[in-house]
Design a protein around this ligand. Structure first.
Ligand SMILES: Nc1ncnc2c1ncn2[C@@H]1O[C@H](COP(=O)(O)OP(=O)(O)OP(=O)(O)O)[C@@H](O)[C@H]1O
Ligand SMILES: [Mg+2]
Length: 406
């Protein structure tokens, strides 16, 4: 009984710690872009270290407990067996029931085997853990695709937000060229829309700005400085990203918004939620801002997730904003709420928006149309419609679709 009281809970605690560690790791792998974009690498690494340390401690404790109690258990069951054999033998001598002795003997035997089986199970699990450790080690040995130069500099102040692409070409490690010779100038505070068929490289193009990847040729500049000359953290602090598919971490609503700026106070956090049109639905959740969301929490709708990620970006308040518009459709009312939130978010910032709905594009300062690996058209909505090229075709096709569904 002592064994069951001490050792089994110890193992259960180990299991819980492992679960928590897995949750954190999963968050970090699925949410790697968010982590990079919000420069939370150190904080997240600390969270993982803590998880690993907790797991290590609970595992050691469990094994220690087992090491202490196992011999006691073995000893007592052996004594039990001796007693059984002794009295059993006497009873058999007296001509008492031999079958009952036999049954009792096997019962005790079973009791002895159970802990032994547990021990070998534990051994197996240790082997498993070691095996996974090797896998993790392999991953850790991978060198990052993007490296910071030793002489990288920090931006002295908040960037103005001018972005220039100079003859930029890019391809993923294995594969064809995705972008070739892209030249693009985006003035500080401008709003530029990227359009083009699916898979053309729109998301790829914007991911070069925070240096998720480096171009294979050409230069990306922020305020005239080659982004490769900047410290990654300093660069990424200037950029807010609202991604195509929003990723939320396992945690509370508050924590997820604070991801944009962990030092923000409660008032600012709620203000950001209001700006993002998220305050209303958050208040209606069972625990408001303390509601758990993410993998094992409340499931939020697509529109709600988008507004949470807008709130994050509002709180971060970076001069450059990248919006990869979600393709998933939401109802008209939510659409309007999101639209309104985005317009507030874009105010006074350099915005690059990848627009799938052309209605969002109409008031852009400049529309960039990508086809194959190139920019094929640049101009305002009016200009591009009158040119009558790819943009015009996309636009009329979408309008026809809207008429059909209306
Ligand atoms: N991580 C990656 N590794 C290798 N190839 C990739 C990767 N991400 C995208 N690609 C490829 O690069 C090309 C451009 O993809 P990208 O996601 O930039 O397109 P997109 O214009 O954003 O499309 P969509 O409108 O569907 O979002 C595609 O052919 C895609 O298969
Ligand atoms: Mg995309």
């Amino acid at each position: 009984r002592v064994y069951a009281k001490k050792v089994r809970p110890a193992f259960r605690r180990r299991q819980v710690e492992l679960g928590q560690l897995n949750a954190v790791l999963n968050d970090n792998i699925s949410g790697i872009r968010e982590i990079k974009a919000f420069t939370r690498e150190d904080a997240e690494a600390q969270r993982i270290s803590l998880g690993i340390e907790n797991y290590r401690r609970s595992l050691l404790y469990a094994l220690k407990m087992m090491a202490i109690f196992q011999p006691l258990v073995d000893f007592s069951s052996s004594v039990g067996m001796l007693v059984v054999i002794y009295f059993g033998g006497m009873l058999v001598n007296d001509g008492a029931l031999a079958i009952a002795d036999l049954v009792a003997f096997f019962l005790y035997l079973e009791m002895l085997y159970q802990p032994i089986r547990m021990l070998s199970d534990a051994w197996e699990r240790i082997q498993e853990t070691l095996a996974s450790g090797d896998r993790v080690d392999e991953l850790l040995q991978e060198s990052p695709e993007v490296e910071e130069r030793p002489d990288a500099m920090r931006l002295a102040a908040r960037a103005k937000g001018e972005i220039v692409f100079e003859n930029v070409s890019f391809c993923y490690s294995q594969g064809d060229m995705v972008l070739e010779n892209i030249c693009l100038e985006i003035g500080a505070g401008q709003m530029v829309a990227l359009v083009g068929p699916t898979g053309v490289g729109k998301s790829t193009l914007v991911s070069l700005i925070p240096r998720f990847y480096d171009p294979v040729a050409g230069t990306v500049r922020l305020d005239g400085i080659d982004t490769r000359h900047l410290e990654l953290e300093s660069l990424r602090q200037q950029i807010s990203i609202v991604l195509q598919d929003v990723f939320l971490f396992h945690g509370t609503v508050r924590e997820n918004i604070l991801f944009g700026n962990p030092d923000a106070c409660e008032v600012d956090m709620m203000r950001a939620a209001r700006v993002a049109n998220a305050h209303q639905f958050i208040r209606d959740l069972s625990n408001g801002y303390d509601t758990l969301i993410g993998e094992r929490g409340v499931k939020l709708s697509g529109g709600q997730k988008q507004r949470l990620s807008i709130a994050r970006a509002v709180l971060k308040d970076a001069p450059v904003l990248i919006l990869d518009e979600a393709t998933s459709s939401v109802d008209t009312e939510t659409e309007l709420l999101i639209q309104e939130a985005l317009e507030r978010l874009m105010e006074g910032k350099t915005t690059i928006i990848i627009a799938h709905r052309l209605s969002t594009v109409r008031n852009a300062d400049k529309i960039i149309v990508l086809e194959n690996t190139h920019i094929v058209e640049t101009g305002t909505h009016q200009e591009l419609v009158s040119v009558g090229g790819l943009y015009n075709r996309l636009y009329t096709a979408q309008r026809r679709l809207q008429h059909l569904s209306a």
